[in-house]
Design a protein around this ligand. Structure first.
Ligand SMILES: [Zn+2]
Length: 807
């Protein structure tokens, strides 16, 4: 393509900070501001440094925040800086020291306050508490004149606080932490400029904290996304629904963890994760009973009880025997039962009494809060936190600029108007539509569509055309400016990598469109669903990094830490959802709440479905058989109406088909006619190249031998791998779709033709290898075994092959 990508520039600058510093120092005017302010060059270097720290830091937020506070102390010429975490215990908010007395040269280990040493304040005491309470920053020139000041800490440490700056770090409406800078050096107080510097650089601290706060919440969310896959077989009646015990509000009773406090002899705590059903506490049946009914059970002689089956003899080698038992449910703020606490054998040997019941009730309330962290459930519900994280920063770079929007929506040229807001929606629709490519001339309705003759910019127009073709723009009142900006932003969201780039994103969208229209699958879906499916298809690989999930996991990238499974797919999903949170990008802005929720749900199912790893595990296997069953059933039906009714009456069936459509779209490159575009082999090469690049990374960065598919030294085996891929992965998908709707047969035909081509290349290669093998044998027999042949022409020094393959 000739031009250097933005990414390449960024990478270069990051790798060469010295050069970057000098360059910016030369090019950008020095900031005039106060002594504490940075020049743009230093500012840039600081950004880069902090962001790198965030990405590389595996120990949690504190080390990165520590680095930021050190910089801050230096910038502000503050004697020291501290960070206080904000939290709630038993429903009461409080602040706790986390990083204390940070100076530009202090050591992290010395500043970090461990849980055992932390100083905790209620919000009523001290300026920090006041800031957390009011959620407003303060500049206090003289603490002794401030009514909120408490000298409690000074008395403890012997330090004398004179003046300070303090500001809350927010996520949404919640205060995560308070940062404080204490005692200006060489001046009697912090200035107005200091306040600005303070708030500016704290935005970094805020990003770091939010990022880690979000990671902390991730696991429950990933469980949630998995839910719809788990539910499908139940909804389709293939798996028995859960019939075991349920809590009074209808949740399944499953014990994930047993925490065993042993209070006899020496005190110790044993944690048993995923306890077996035959664990003695569970065998009795008591915890399940309590969870199911929410009752408090107090039993005098438990082993004699007929309803429960307590072990009569000693439980363990210490000879400990159960005598009396008190069991109560652990309840969270919303009164949901989240656990069961069971007390065995009162210490004095007497039975538990009413008074015990009362204290244990209080105790379990405490357990409900702290031990089981049930209040995190409430936090989990606040997943909108995700929106705020670093992605927001990223978004500002990728969002289409007004000029870019105008490169598609040509208001200047066509209407002689400069500002889009001055145009009427009707005018905009007209000028946009007349500029969009004709679907016929570019084959938009064809499975054989090829993006090769079309520029990346023109593909944005093609994408817009598809939305008009399915008639959703007018129907769902999508402002065309928003639609254009969204489409352009999606395009920019794709990085210029070898295969998973905008061209791939577009192709998947185009195939989704063709499956719906030409393949006539649209008849099972509403216009709204089709709209969501097309949009999701365009977004499905957005911000792909060219390395697959395995690499992300192996290299413990920040992304891997953020999401449990289907790492990249979850990232594509989050990214797509974040775009929609910006109203100027929200193409679904005129939908009602229920419609919008439908769209988001479809995005989730569709994008997660493109994780090919799911393809190989049991979830996909279930999806496969479910799809096959639907196709079987429809095949037997007399009329089309009957089949449509059979599918549309059941939302789960629609989802199964949609997930399968996503797979068919994602793999569609392999079905493109070999003869129509000899580039078909090039597409395979692009994919292969991206794999090989990852293989190189694995070899060099992770120092691991890549699998053959990703090993460029084994590139001659590509045809064989392709044949295998077609046979084991692709054939099923396209065969079943052709059986489902004969209109989709061109995809299967294309696939089968390509198989023939690849097979002949593979055979050719095999024949060649055979000759070489025989020759080698002969040579070896001729006592020439010294030279190994396998490494002859290989080598990974041809890394740059990537550039020549791009267009
Ligand atoms: Zn893809």
């Amino acid at each position: 393509m000739g031009e250097i990508s933005q990414e390449a520039v960024e990478k270069y600058l990051e790798d060469n900070p010295q050069f970057a510093k000098e360059y910016f120092a030369k090019r950008l005017p020095e900031a005039p501001g106060p002594s504490g302010a940075l020049s743009p060059a230093d500012e840039w270097a600081l950004c880069a440094e902090l962001l790198r720290a965030v990405q590389e830091e595996a120990r949690g937020a504190e080390p990165a925040v520590h680095g930021a506070l050190q910089k801050l102390a230096q910038l502000l010429q503050a004697d020291r800086c501290s960070l206080f975490a904000c939290r709630a215990r038993n429903g009461t908010p409080e602040v706790a020291s986390r990083l204390f007395d940070v100076t530009p040269t202090s050591r992290f280990e010395d500043n970090l306050v461990g849980p055992d040493r932390e100083v905790v304040f209620p919000l009523e005491i001290g300026i920090v508490g006041w800031v957390a309470h009011t959620k407003k920053a303060v500049n206090v020139p003289d603490v002794h004149k401030n009514s909120h000041f408490s000298d409690f800490m000074d008395k403890q440490t012997g330090y004398v606080t004179k003046n300070l700056l303090a500001t809350p770090i927010m996520t949404g409406k919640e205060v995560l932490a308070v940062v404080m800078a204490v005692n200006k050096v060489n001046a009697s107080e912090f200035s107005k400029e200091d306040e600005e510097v303070f708030s500016k650089y704290l935005s970094f601290v805020s990003v770091i904290l939010k990022l880690h706060h979000t990671q902390y919440l991730y696991s429950v969310e990933s469980r949630r996304s998995q839910e719809f896959y788990d539910e499908w077989p139940i909804k389709l009646g293939e798996v028995e629904p859960y019939k075991g015990p349920k809590t009074p509000d209808g949740r399944e009773v499953i014990f994930y963890k047993i925490i065993d406090y042993i209070l006899h002899g020496k005190e110790e705590i044993k944690v048993i994760p995923t306890p077996p059903a035959d664990h003695w506490t569970l065998v009795s049946g008591l915890p399940t009973y309590v969870a199911e009914n929410g009752f408090i059970c107090n039993m005098l002689n438990a082993p004699a009880d007929e309803y429960f089956t307590f072990q009569k003899g000693p439980i363990d080698e210490t000879g400990w025997v159960i005598k009396n038992v008190l069991s109560l449910p652990i309840v969270n703020k919303k009164e949901d039962i989240v656990g069961v606490a069971t007390f065995y054998n009162r210490k004095d040997g007497k039975p538990f009494d009413e008074y015990d019941e009362h204290i244990t009730e209080t105790l379990t309330q405490f357990l409900g809060w702290s031990l089981l962290n049930t209040d995190t459930y409430d936090k989990m519900n606040k997943l909108e936190n995700r929106k705020d994280i670093a992605q927001e920063m990223l978004m500002s770079q990728t969002k289409a600029t007004p000029d870019e929007v105008k490169s598609i929506l040509k208001i200047k040229e066509k209407l002689n108007i400069d500002v889009i807001e001055d145009c009427e929606e009707k005018q905009l629709v007209t000028i946009l539509k007349e500029d969009l490519p004709d679907p016929k001339t570019v084959d938009l309705y064809e499975f054989r569509f090829s993006d090769f003759p079309i520029t990346e910019h023109e593909l944005i127009r093609c994408g817009l055309r598809l939305f008009f073709e399915i008639n959703v723009v007018e129907k769902f009142k999508v402002p065309v400016e928003v639609l254009t900006r969204w489409m352009y932003t999606v395009r920019k969201g794709y990085r210029s990598i070898t295969y998973h780039n905008w061209r791939h994103g577009f192709n998947v969208g185009q195939t989704m469109f063709t499956l719906l229209m030409t393949g006539r699958l649209k008849k099972y879906y509403t216009d709204l669903e089709a709209f969501a499916m097309l949009a999701a298809a365009f977004c499905h690989d957005i911000d792909h990094r060219g390395t697959n999930n395995l690499y992300q996991m192996k290299s413990t990238s920040p992304l891997a830490k953020l999401h449990g499974s289907s790492i990249l797919e979850r990232h594509h999903l989050e990214y797509s959802k974040t775009l929609l949170q910006d109203e100027s990008l929200n193409i679904f802005q005129n939908l009602n709440k229920r419609q919008f929720e439908t769209v988001i749900h479809l995005f989730e199912v569709a994008i997660i479905a493109t994780d090919l790893a799911l393809y190989f595990n049991c979830i996909f296997f279930r999806k496969r058989t479910m799809f096959q069953k639907i196709v079987d059933a429809c095949e037997k039906m007399e009329t089309e109406e009957e089949a449509v009714k059979y599918v549309t009456i059941d939302p789960t069936k629609k989802e199964v088909i949609m997930a399968m459509m996503m797979t068919a779209c994602d793999l569609s490159a392999i079905t493109k006619p070999w003869e129509v575009q000899s580039q078909a082999s090039t597409v395979a090469l692009l994919v292969a190249n991206e794999f090989w690049e990852q293989g190189d990374l694995e070899r060099t960065v992770l120092q691991q031998q890549p699998i053959p598919m990703m090993d460029r030294n084994k590139k001659d085996e590509l045809p064989k791998l392709q044949v295998g891929f077609i046979d084991f992965v692709c054939t099923f998908v396209y065969k079943e779709f052709s059986r489902f709707h004969k209109e989709i047969t061109p995809m299967l035909t294309g696939l089968q033709n390509n198989r023939v081509e690849w097979k002949s290349l593979a055979d050719e290669y095999d024949a060649k290898m055979k000759v070489i093998e025989e020759e080698t044998k002969k040579q070896e027999e001729g006592n020439m075994a010294a030279k190994a042949t396998e490494d002859s022409g290989g080598g990974s020094d041809d890394k740059k092959s990537k550039t020549c393959l791009m267009l």
